[in-house]
Write a protein that binds this ligand. Sequence first.
Ligand code: MG
Length: 385
Amino acid sequence: MKKRDFVKYSTLLAGAMMTGSPSAVISESMKKSSRSVRKGAKLNLRFVPYTLQLKHVFTLATSSRTTTPVVLTEIEYDGVHGYGEASMPPYLGESHESVQKFLSQVNLSQFTDPFLIEDIIAYTDSIAPGNYAAKASVDIALHDLTGKLVGMPWFRLWGLDPLKTPATSFTIGIDTPDVVRQKVAEAELYRVLKVKLGAGTDKEMIETIRSVSDKPICVDVNQGWKDRNFALEMINWLNEKKIIFVEQPMPKEMTDDIAWLTRNSPLPIIADEAVQNIGDVLKVRDIYSGINIKLMKCGGMNAAVKMAHMARALGMKVMLGCMTETSCAISAAAQLSPLVEWADLDGNLLISNDCYDGVTITDGKVTLNVKPGIGISPKIKMFTD
Ligand code: MG
């Protein structure tokens, strides 16, 4: 693409995406992109496997673990580096091997214009079905790169107000009362607690927390309740305990039971396992009150922001969740957090070997920074030249 055409493209891109202060941003992006784009430059993808060490054994209704495999990605374009990440909790079926196999088939060098985000993502989607974490690692790196090329963070390019980020919750896994009390103490800086239920100790978990804390709680049952009458009884009990919402109370296949539960529940019922990507939002609109969007489920920032807008247009509530991830994927998700009611972006705080600095939590709220792209800096060099 000729430089003149490229400038025209980037102007159109910025104009299409912006809703606030357009003239200043377009002028800024033209200046930066015309300076940083070089004729003949190509996109180069690199990736490296990494293993996250969890601070505590993490127990859900169906599993427990002490590590999470991730693959870190980098897309280089004319000396500018964008970073991405795939996180693969075992229950979702992706692994170090599957992600590296997928990424080894991604040939980004055929693209000379990094701003053709829709085309590049359509290409990575076409390589194989599924592989959402692997696809997210390309999508996030591409967003980081293009944000850096125009010198803007993505929340700004999406026209979102950084002051409207939600409080983020701190997750407390299923554990003994002593450990639960210790985790509540660790969550001192957070305004909202997220509690995992569904392992048969639900009331004990909530009562243990309520014995030491009055903070609002959201609960995630991870499909753990199998009977709708029991589920409604539990939700009515939870409603007396200052609970905000209930996430995935029953197995996702039990759609009629969940729709009944949502109609009768005093608390919002949020879909997590039941909603993966854009196509699922319409399917769950009459079954749940809202959806939990995660970059690793839907394939990245491009799909996530579309899902958030679609759910809001359908009158559904939106929460933004995460896996155990470094500050790379967490900061990427945080870019769209002003669009959502609730955030659960604590995955980077649950690990002891985060290799990026990124968004922070201040007074319990996601705090976006002004760094371009997804707002991160590497703490250690993961990619050697
Ligand atoms: Mg969940």
